[in-house]
Design a protein around this ligand. Structure first.
Ligand SMILES: [Zn+2]
Length: 590
């Protein structure tokens, strides 16, 4: 996703936003020396170990290790993905996010009136539940479901009264407002192009996105009308395949959950919440998508999916497995609960209570277990043929799992079921998808072990004091030095030459999407070693000249090797002589 937003824009944004100002609005900061301190918003503490550096535009908690840039802070604190965090910061800074053609639907400034009118509509629906002459029926429906006032308040339940023109009369003052009602999906156009209210005589469930904005509504009939449940249509701000009912409310209780439960309906979420289970969310009448799952796997250690125990439920669970596999990250688990036939979480918890439900969820079937039991039903493992078929069936599934511990686990399990050795299975399922970047040539083991710490100190110095990079030229030929990290060090130097005003945070944002990014961010949390009076730039100069000496040493060894194999040409002889005379220096580099 990050690729869609030009890096130039990210550079400008990070330069324009002040992380101290941003964080101070959400967590009260106190000045402490050159930095700012607060009690950490990401873990429980009494004495502040959360620090924010204005110079580096970087935060770091010494207690729990949380750290990052302004973008990273918003992602973590407000549970946003990268694009959302960039949008949020950009709107604070008064900047428009430029997009490529294949960018997702923009939620730019033009969406603001839609959010506003949806919020107003919610206010209207809530008033009607309290006041409208036809509302008692809706209130008694909610009472019958044993939903108490606290839950109705927390989920802001409302009522759309009967009639075709209520919202238009209250909110549709003028053609612009009437168009917004239509664009927000609150009204719909009939055959005579006369807009009328979409939700009529229904209990209303407002849907807030993770940022707390009302994006749409669900409505349930009170009489025998169809459909029983009606949702807002797809609009510029509402995408069924992305939103989860109840996620906003769950995140209001706590930002990260050991476990989130995915159920099917609005009333399931409410029934569970009314009995103290505040970690249930529901898809909006659609099958689970990868867009649903990515945030869930980020916000919880385990995601448990609830299904009916019947055949349809088994089928839906299998579909979920296929969607979940690519989205699963290491350290996050997925599991499945199958409820007794004809029961949903709503009916079950009302009949058997919350302990029974929590018990079922705690003993849910793990994804790997479910995956293999489903596949095994289709083959006869006692025959060689059946075992080969199992491997064949598993192959496309295993290929979907990102490289990591889970993938290894599944491959191992497949090996033990089929009797194939792990390397054979590895080969069968293909190698893990390699990243798009071309791989770097592998260094020989001897060179790889050579003092990576020198390069590391150089990189660390540049991360903490990027302004130095602009003033220093990379030594000629250093790219030939076969030491781990050299290409990265040179890339950073080159970047800082081109963009001399990058802050620590700005530099880190260039590497967000790359495997090096995490390593660099880690280095940013560690203060560079105490420096001598020589000062920073001399320190960096020293590091570079020591690397140049290592380059000489490496070249000397190459030529010495070549001398043993045959004659050198003239320029090689000249170079060898030069390096020989420098030899004492090379042998005693420290
Ligand atoms: Zn912390």
């Amino acid at each position: 996703m990050a690729g869609l937003i030009p890096q130039e824009f990210i550079d400008d944004l990070v330069a324009r936003v002040d992380i101290v100002e941003l964080i101070d609005e959400l967590v009260h900061l106190k000045k402490a020396g050159r930095e700012y301190k607060a009690c950490c918003p990401f873990h429980d503490e009494k004495t502040p170990s959360f620090t924010v550096s204005a110079d580096k535009q970087f935060y770091h908690c010494f207690g729990c290790g949380a750290h990052g840039t302004a973008i990273g802070f918003l992602m973590e604190y407000s549970h946003l993905d990268f694009v959302e965090a960039v949008e949020e910061l950009a709107s604070r800074a008064g900047m428009d996010v430029p997009r490529g053609d294949d960018a997702p639907v923009s939620q730019g400034p033009s969406s603001a009136p839609l959010y506003a009118i949806l919020e107003q509509a919610l206010g209207y629906f809530r008033q009607q539940l309290a006041r409208h002459p036809a509302a008692p029926e809706a209130r008694s429906y909610l009472q019958d479901r044993e939903l108490d006032a606290e839950v109705l308040e927390r989920f802001e339940i409302g009522y759309a009264p009967p009639g075709w023109n209520n919202l238009q009369q209250v909110l549709g003052k003028g053609p612009a407002a009437r168009q917004q009602l239509l664009d927000a999906g609150l009204t719909t156009e009939g055959s005579r192009n006369e807009p009328y209210d979409r939700f009529r005589d229904r209990v209303i469930f407002p849907i807030r996105d993770r940022r707390g904005r009302v994006v749409g509504f669900g409505g349930r009939v009170l009489k025998d009308d169809t459909p029983k449940y009606l949702n807002s249509p797809e609009t510029p701000v509402f995408h069924k395949g992305r939103e989860l009912y109840g996620l906003y409310q769950a995140l209001q209780i706590q930002g990260h959950w050991p476990r989130l439960v995915v159920v099917e309906g609005y009333t399931d979420v409410l029934a569970l919440a009314a009995r103290g289970i505040g970690y249930a969310v529901a898809t909006l009448g659609t099958a689970v998508t990868e867009d649903h799952l990515k945030p869930l796997f980020r916000l919880a250690d385990e995601v448990v999916f609830c299904f009916d125990g019947d055949r349809a439920g088994q089928k839906a669970a299998w579909r979920t497995v296929e969607v979940a596999l690519p989205a699963l990250r290491d350290g996050c688990q997925a599991a499945f609960v199958f409820l007794p036939e004809g029961e949903d979480p709503d009916s079950l918890i009302r009949r058997l209570g919350p302990e029974d439900f929590e018990q079922r969820v705690a003993s849910a079937t793990g994804l790997t277990e479910f995956l293999f039991s489903h596949l095994q039903e289709q083959v006869d493992l006692s025959s060689l043929d059946g075992r080969a078929r199992l491997a064949g069936l598993a192959r496309p599934l295993v290929e979907k799992i990102p490289p990591g511990a889970l993938r290894q686990l599944v491959i191992k399990r497949l090996g033990s079921l089929t009797g194939l050795e792990s390397p054979e299975v590895d080969q069968l399922v293909g190698r893990p998808h390699s990243p798009l970047r071309p791989s770097r040539p592998r260094l020989s083991p001897t060179t790889e072990r050579q003092r990576p710490s020198l390069v590391r100190s150089g990189i660390q110095l540049l991360i903490h004091h990027p302004e130095m990079g602009a003033a220093i030229n990379a030594p000629v030929g250093l790219e030939k030095l076969e030491i781990a990290g050299i290409p990265l060090l040179l890339e950073i130097l080159d970047l800082l030459t081109q963009k001399p005003s990058l802050s620590t945070a700005g530099l880190l944002e260039h590497f967000r999407e790359r495997s090096e990014g995490r390593h660099l961010t880690q280095l940013a949390t560690q203060a560079p070693p105490m420096l001598s009076a020589k000062g920073l730039s001399q320190e960096l100069g020293d590091i570079l000249s020591r690397l140049v000496r290592k380059l000489d040493e490496q070249r000397y060894r190459q030529l010495a090797q070549k001398v043993g194999d045959g004659p050198l040409n003239d320029s090689e002889k000249e170079e060898y002589r030069r390096l020989c005379s420098a030899l004492p220096r090379i042998e005693n580099p420290e």
